[in-house]
Design a protein around this ligand. Structure first.
Ligand code: P6P
Length: 341
């Protein structure tokens, strides 16, 4: 019987990505950066799954830059990612939902890449055992790295539009821990085998269906929606001989709602509304990376009026309205916004 060893994320990084990067003559070690993110996610996964036992649930006394109550696991996740990224020798600067300013490694460890991340997306749900996740996006630095390649980066390195992303991913901590990685070559998913401590490839070459059967939005905000959102949701709920009504699925954690959309198709939405003119989700470490992943899987991501990939950020923590998922569903939203403009 032929024994076919599983393809692990470590071997995918070392063989697939390293071969490609070397052939492309790229600066920096993209594989070392991915390996540092993988290690951090393994540690966060263990903390999330042991939270109740290790008394890591609950909130601390302070709020973060977003004005949100900070959970113990938010701090652990943020500190873990900062530690591994800064010690990888590959980081120029990083932006985190939990940190007001850009994060820089010690000068002698400065590298070629910029990482934006939400260390524990959906952490308000953690005490109820609902899926949470880590979201990350990877850019190349745009500032000059200097003769020794160790020139410190600056905020302009962090304020890049999502179209400059070279990779993005998320790790969802749920019944299992699944890391989804999107690069220019495509989107692959890996499930953590805790018995060997390795992520095993379980979702090769993820492709989104062009049309879905579910819509995902917080219906509690419907009184504040604009005309276009209201019109599209009415379409989702309509049924005739050519179309069944869509089912509503909403977890309240972006990573969970996007992962389901990536696996089954459909559309996830956090639109602008009368109370939040730019919606709730942050461009650099939520909308941008998730939009990149969905696009690399054949889907689409828009604010309704422009593609997420084209937004030029002005501030580290700015928000953006987002509709993402199956191509035809998202194009329908864009057509409604165009009609109503
Ligand atoms: P609402 C979690 O707090 C989060 O930032 C995203 O993960 C999620 O998609 C959204 O907010 C949920 O927001 O207003 O529906 O509770």
């Amino acid at each position: 019987m032929e024994v076919r060893p599983p393809l692990t994320l470590s071997s995918f990084i070392l063989f697939e990505e390293r071969r490609r990067a070397r052939a492309a003559g790229e600066k920096g070690d993209f594989c070392a950066l991915l390996a540092s993110i993988q290690s951090a996610c393994k540690i966060i996964s263990r903390a999330v799954h042991r939270a109740g036992v290790d008394e890591l649930h609950g909130a601390l006394e302070h709020v973060n830059i977003q004005g949100e109550v900070v959970k113990r696991l938010d701090v652990l996740s943020n500190d873990t990612l900062i530690h591994f990224l800064c010690n990888s020798g590959q980081l120029c600067v990083a932006t985190s939902e939990e940190t007001e300013d850009i994060i820089r490694p010690p000068d002698y460890l400065t590298g070629e890449f910029v990482v934006t991340f939400d260390p524990l997306d959906g952490s308000s749900n953690i005490d109820a055992g609902v899926n949470v996740g880590t979201i990350f996006g990877i850019y190349r630095r745009i500032s000059d790295s200097g003769p020794d390649g160790r020139q410190p980066g600056n905020i302009q390195d962090a304020l890049q539009p999502p179209k400059n992303l070279i990779a993005a991913g998320y790790t969802m901590y749920g019944a299992s821990t699944i890391l989804v990685l999107a690069t220019e070559q495509g989107v692959n998913g890996f499930t953590l085998d805790t018995g060997i401590g390795e992520f095993i490839m379980t979702h090769p070459e993820i492709k989104l269906p062009t049309r879905g059967k579910t819509y995902s939005i917080n219906e509690g905000n419907s009184a504040s929606w604009d005309k276009s959102t209201t019109e599209f949701i009415a379409y989702c709920k309509s049924e005739d001989e050519s179309k069944k009504c869509y089912s509503l699925r909403y977890i309240g954690t972006m990573v969970g709602d996007v992962h389901r959309t990536l696996c089954y198709g459909g559309i996830f939405m956090y639109p602008a509304d009368a109370r939040a003119k730019n919606g709730k989700l942050r461009l650099l470490y939520e909308c941008g990376p998730m939009g990149y992943i969905v696009e690399k899987a054949g889907g689409r991501a828009t604010t309704g009026k422009m593609q997420i990939r084209d937004i030029q950020p002005v501030e580290l923590h700015e928000r953006a309205p987002i509709f993402l998922g199956s191509k035809l569903d998202v194009e329908q939203v864009e057509a409604i916004y165009a009609k109503n403009s």
